[in-house]
Ligand binder design. Structure first.
Ligand SMILES: N[C@@H](CCC(=O)N[C@@H](CS)C(=O)NCC(=O)O)C(=O)O
Length: 262
């Protein structure tokens, strides 16, 4: 896929704090990450040395396509071997580098429960996020009703996720950030897109709403998240294309076709 992809001209590089992080990880390392926010957070949290290779996923370099036939990021190169699928890579890194901070619980039941909620984020929350963001009213009446429906569906998914959290937190499993927080973080910290484009998220007040806000604040203040966030002004044109349902990423196309995450 070349320069002619409709989204290839969107600002393709990290900006602000994220640009600094990219610059700090340009040096050659045997472990190479081709973009991807979740995996980046895992690498930083676990203090694993890595080389960051920034790719424009809409203008895919040959080096990425050689490693990952799907041409998606994140893609990891580990001892000259490829790995892809963000949740698989995140779990792999926790297994392959066991001596630093563990991101999955050691208790088998809690590990399995975490995986249920990792799957919930991928199979339920992210598709609902995109159905809401890409929603286009068919008529003046459906503007309110249709939007309310996709909003409620998304909020309902966030509520279900929140109800599973440790009651005190602030993170999902308790005091420490773990993999399940990282899995949702990239979408959590970009919820402002709904205020900007879709009239707000409207998470309910009360116990669940408060617990959700506590989780979100803790994630937003986490050093690895802060240091990998780009400037809002550069996210806006990207998200405007989603909000108008004109984005041509695989995820945008899958959402339009009523499918899940690619
Ligand atoms: N299931 C994949 C999804 C990866 C994915 O959709 N990546 C996006 C960027 S976040 C991408 O590479 N998009 C390029 C495209 O749509 O062509 C994963 O979790 O790794």
């Amino acid at each position: 896929m070349g320069q002619d992809h409709p989204d290839s001209k969107l600002f393709p590089r990290a900006t602000g704090p994220a640009a600094k992080m990219v610059a700090e990880h340009e040096k050659e390392e045997s472990l190479k990450l081709y973009s991807g926010w979740r995996v980046l957070l895992v690498l930083l949290e676990k203090q694993i040395p890595f080389q960051y290779i920034e790719v424009n996923p809409y203008h895919k370099p040959e080096s990425l396509l050689k490693l990952n036939p799907r041409g998606l990021v994140p893609t990891l190169e580990y001892n000259n071997q490829p790995l892809y699928e963000s949740t698989v890579i995140c779990e792999f890194l926790d297994d392959a580098y066991p001596t630093t901070k563990r991101l999955l619980p050691s208790d088998p039941y809690e590990r399995a429960r975490t995986r249920i909620w990792i799957d919930f984020v991928t199979s339920r929350i992210i598709p609902a996020f995109h159905r809401f963001l890409q929603y286009q009213p068919q008529s003046a009446q459906s503007e309110d009703e249709g939007l309310a429906k996709v909003r409620d569906d998304f909020v309902d998914k966030l509520k279900q996720f929140t109800e599973e959290m440790d009651p005190d937190g602030p993170f999902f499993l308790g005091r420490e950030l773990s993999l399940i927080d990282i899995i949702l973080a990239p979408w959590g910290v970009r919820l402002w897109v709904f205020d900007h484009f879709k009239g707000g998220l409207k998470m309910p007040a009360g116990k669940v709403g408060e617990r959700w806000e506590k989780w979100l604040s803790a994630v937003q203040e986490t050093e690895s998240v802060v240091s990998t966030t780009s400037e809002k002004e550069h996210y806006l044109p990207i998200y405007e294309r989603y909000a108008k349902d004109t984005a041509q990423s695989e995820l945008a196309k899958a959402t339009r076709a009523g499918k899940g995450v690619p």
